[in-house]
Write a protein that binds this ligand. Sequence first.
Ligand code: FES
Length: 127
Amino acid sequence: MTRVPIRYGARPCSLVVCRGCCCGDPRKNPGMDHAGQLARLREAAAASGGRLLVRTSDCLGPCAQANVLVVQPSTEGRRRGGRAAWIGWSADEDCLDEVLAWTAAGGPGVVPPPATLELQMIDPPKN
Ligand code: FES
């Protein structure tokens, strides 16, 4: 897979991983490796050479679709019209594979998402 070069001062793609009242809570969503999910994403960010950032957030709103994560475009992706992609039911390995492959290829605005990942995209909450 081709990697997108990073320009000095440009923001890379970033993942906002919800860890609020439901996402990441094994009492509310049992049978998921919540800690393993976050560890895997952080390891990918550490190995990305600055091409991916990962941070956690308090509840983002759509708890019924936990675990929720948001893929935010890089500066280049935003310049090309990319917008944040909200992903629901994101705890399985296949989903993480696709999220990481997409961000490694450039993410929103740079390359289209994998078709199966599109099926997991959800609307952000209305303010
Ligand atoms: S805890 Fe993740 S959307 Fe509410």
